[in-house]
Design a protein around this ligand. Structure first.
Ligand code: EPZ
Length: 431
């Protein structure tokens, strides 16, 4: 299993470029299942979850070409033939977002068999709202042997009100509704930019979606969708992670290729903490020469402070003077990074969904363990300012959602290297 070795103390200086958004790319790739025509997606991040999705769609019979036309970040998906509209447990257990194929498959093929996603480090994360919405659209749902099966002759438009705001639930049902007969109105939808990016792609494919960016989406079903070409939006969470890295290390970092319209809640909070930030349309310059002071955050659905930035903010809070209180409202177990930060010298107290951080605590390097995607980002940030050499194990978590993070960080002055499992040389006894 790969590890990162990071020696703290270097300010990050220069420009780092943001990749395409993983959480927009995943639903957009799934949307290609809705048509027989090829869908070309640009600005696809080269991260592990995209490779998993390629395997998932290929196993169904779709042709997925990553690096289409030798352009690294472009992919072509053609789901002309879908031999088996299934998502196996083997793949779903490695990526719960595989449930995004449920809606498109049952809408396109009239049948879908998708493994229920297992538990997850950050919470139970059920998909009951996805299933309830599909039933409202007329799908017959059965659940057995750990799989959910959906069948229909043709989905029918319905009024759907989400009991809770769910990002992939909104995306799953939005895709299903595009091919349903009649009109579907969905209320209390997620408003994340990734949902809007998916809706933009679907409309390019011939769908009829109104209300994009609002919590009420109205979809007029159509008979068929066509292929399209679409550029994925920049990853706001990757951008936010690098912005905090620049602040934490006392650097002067230009985070380029982001969409600053998606970063309002984060940038407002960082300015409250005392971070110097200059943002224009597609880049943010962060200067970390100001002393940081503690501030409170509560994670909320977009446009509130994103839960996917909570772990990174906690790392920053350990270096701010005073107390910061973090309330995690979205997931019930998203403080796994706190235990590892404590081992590096942070002063953090966890009570249920609330974490209280007292700073400024000098951090010292330690051997730490990544537990999930954003927790591992938090540990990288802490290691960038810790005294000494931190070793982070299980960095496959970070590879799921950050493209070449060690190269990008090294490019702006971080001392970070990846050490992989040294495979025994041929002929030598394995260790
Ligand atoms: C998406 O997950 C993101 N993943 C997550 O990013 C992100 O943290 C999350 O939205 C919240 O913003 C992708 O887009 C691939 P939810 P999702 O459904 O859709 C409950 C990352 O780090 N819920 O919005 O799975 C659920 O348990 C990942 O990139 C139900 O109860 O999250 C949670 O408490 C981590 N029933 C809340 O709603 C359901 O049917 C929000 O979950 C669905 C969700």
């Amino acid at each position: 299993m790969d590890k990162f070795v990071i020696r703290g103390g270097n300010p990050l200086l220069g420009t780092v470029h943001v990749s395409g958004a993983k959480n927009a790319a995943l639903p957009c790739i799934a949307a290609a299942l809705l048509t027989e025509d090829p869908v070309i997606l640009e600005n696809i991040p080269q991260v592990r979850d995209i490779e998993t999705t390629r395997k998932l769609l290929s196993a169904m019979g779709a042709e997925v070409e990553l690096g289409y036309g030798r352009a690294q970040h472009r992919t072509s998906i053609c789901a002309k033939k879908l031999a088996s509209p299934e998502a196996s447990y083997e793949l779903v257990k490695t990526m719960r977002a595989s449930t995004l194929v449920l809606g498109p498959l049952v809408a396109r093929c009239g049948h879908a068999r998708v493994s229920l996603p297992g538990g997850c480090a950050i919470g139970a994360r059920p998909i009951d709202l996805h299933i309830k919405g599909l039933e409202q659209l007329g799908a017959k749902i059965t659940q057995e042997h750990g799989y959910v099966e959906a069948r229909t002759d043709r989905l029918k438009g319905a009024e759907i009100v989400f009991d809770k705001i769910t990002v992939t639930g909104t995306e799953d049902l939005l895709m299903a509704a595009t091919l349903a007969e009649g009109v579907t109105v969905m209320r209390n939808c997620a408003r994340e930019p990734e949902v809007s990016d998916l809706a933009d792609l679907l409309n390019k494919m011939g769908a009829k979606i109104d209300g994009i960016g609002t919590s009420t989406l109205r979809i007029q079903g159509v008979e068929k969708l066509r292929g399209a070409k679409h550029r994925i939006i920049p990853d706001r969470i990757e951008a936010g992670t690098f912005i905090i890295a620049g602040a934490l290390t006392g650097g002067d970092l230009n985070v380029a290729g982001c969409d600053t319209k998606h970063l309002d809640a984060l940038l407002d909070k960082l300015r409250e903490v005392g971070v110097k930030i200059v943002s224009n349309g597609n880049s943010v310059r962060v200067m970390g020469d100001n002393p940081l002071k503690g501030a409170d955050i509560t994670t909320e659905e977009y446009p509130g402070f994103p839960t996917d930035m909570q772990a990174q903010f906690m790392a920053l809070a350990t270096q701010a003077e005073g107390t910061s209180v973090i309330t995690e409202n979205i997931f019930e177990n998203r403080f796994m990074h706190a235990q590892e930060l404590l081992r590096m010298g942070a002063n953090i107290k966890i009570e249920g969904r609330r974490a209280t951080i007292k700073g400024k605590s000098p951090l010292s390097a330690a051997a730490v363990l990544a537990s999930d995607l954003r927790a591992s980002a938090s540990l990288v940030l802490a290691a960038l300012v810790a005294d000494g050499e931190t070793i982070i194990d299980r960095v496959y978590h970070i590879d799921r959602g950050y493209e070449n993070i060690e190269e990008k960080l090294r490019g702006v002055g971080a001392q970070i290297k990846r050490i992989g499992e040294m495979l025994p040389k041929r002929g030598t006894a394995s260790a």
